[in-house]
Design a protein around this ligand. Structure first.
Ligand code: PEP
Ligand code: MG
Length: 311
């Protein structure tokens, strides 16, 4: 019966009392974007551009990149499309970016930090994104991964605005969550990458199966940081999203919404279950679930507390 309900949920996302919550898809290329249009999603919340280039020895040209980005924009033409600049390094090394061996790559030159040594690669990508956006019905939202400081956010936003697009940053480093108000003053939106935010908050490698109980976004310390970002979003009126796997967990989705998150992006297969669950809870229940989860002292305690509120 539950499976039939999930299959019939068609969106758009909203709480039971009608607060809109965008349910979005994580995609990797044109094929996955076109497939995602078959799911009840309202747009793309995370296009991981680096995934298309994992096998490339040399930097793709601006034209090659623009063709790829255009495929994703066209699949969702007129709808919200959030595109992330190359998140090279660590678990996703790119041969044309990551030339130095580092002893500690997760804390090394990855994501937006690669623009320090390779500013021309990021400029080329932003030019390609602007070219891809020409003629589309909606301006794409462009965000940078692994932002740790307000200065990084300001510098990135200027480059995106210069090209007529909407700038945002990912919050995946605890420092960015702590500085969320100042970062939101520089950009138009933020999206919380809970996979990395959990890794860096708990100092636990996201790739380690042995540490799965630490790399759990239900950890109250992670929820507290998400709450800081959500509160900053509510103060500034700017959109706070989540695009890590936490957004695929229907119960956690209620807590995230209660913490101030207004868009949830994950593998499209999860979208209907998340949308269906959100439609059963009011914003007040989401806030109560968030309060209860924040008051817990363990991940399992947070889950139990949220479940007790939302059913
Ligand atoms: C994240 O860190 O949560 C995220 C969405 O980015 P990625 O999984 O690609 O690192
Ligand atoms: Mg990440």
């Amino acid at each position: 019966e539950q499976a039939a309900l999930v299959a019939s949920w068609s969106g758009p996302g909203a709480t039971a009392d009608g607060v809109p919550i965008a349910i979005l898809a994580n995609v990797a290329d044109g094929v996955s974007a076109r497939t995602a249009t078959q799911s009840p999603v309202q747009g793309v919340g995370l296009f991981r551009t680096e995934l298309a280039f994992l096998d490339r020895a040399t930097e793709p040209t601006v034209d090659e990149q623009a063709a790829l980005y255009r495929e994703v924009i066209e699949a969702f033409d007129g709808r919200k499309v959030v595109i992330r600049t190359l998140d090279a390094g660590s678990d996703k090394p790119l041969r044309f970016v990551d030339t130095e061996l580092e002893p500690n790559p997760a804390m090394g030159v990855r994501g937006n930090r690669t623009a320090l040594s390779h500013p021309e690669i990021r400029r080329g990508q932003l030019d390609a994104l602007a070219a891809a956006a020409q003629g589309s019905a909606a301006v794409p939202w462009i965000m940078a991964p692994m932002i740790a400081t307000v200065d990084e956010a300001r510098e990135f936003a200027a480059q995106v605005r210069d090209r007529g697009m909407i700038p945002g940053v990912m919050v995946e480093v605890p420092s960015a969550a702590i500085m969320a108000d100042a970062i939101l003053a520089e950009v138009d939106f933020v999206s919380i990458g809970t996979n990395d935010l959990t890794q860096y908050t708990m100092a636990a490698d996201r790739m380690s199966p042995e540490l799965a109980s630490l790399t759990d976004p239900w950890q109250p310390a992670v929820l507290a940081l998400i709450g800081m970002v959500g509160a900053a979003g509510e103060r500034t009126g700017k959109n706070v999203g989540v695009c890590g796997e936490a957004a695929a967990d229907p119960l956690l989705a209620c807590v995230l919404v209660g913490l101030g998150v207004r868009s949830l992006s994950s593998a499209p297969a999860a979208s209907a279950a998340v949308g269906l669950k959100l439609g059963t809870v009011t914003m007040q229940q989401c806030r109560e679930a968030a309060r209860a989860a924040l008051a817990a002292t363990s991940a399992s305690g947070a889950r139990d507390a949220a479940r007790a509120v939302t059913g």
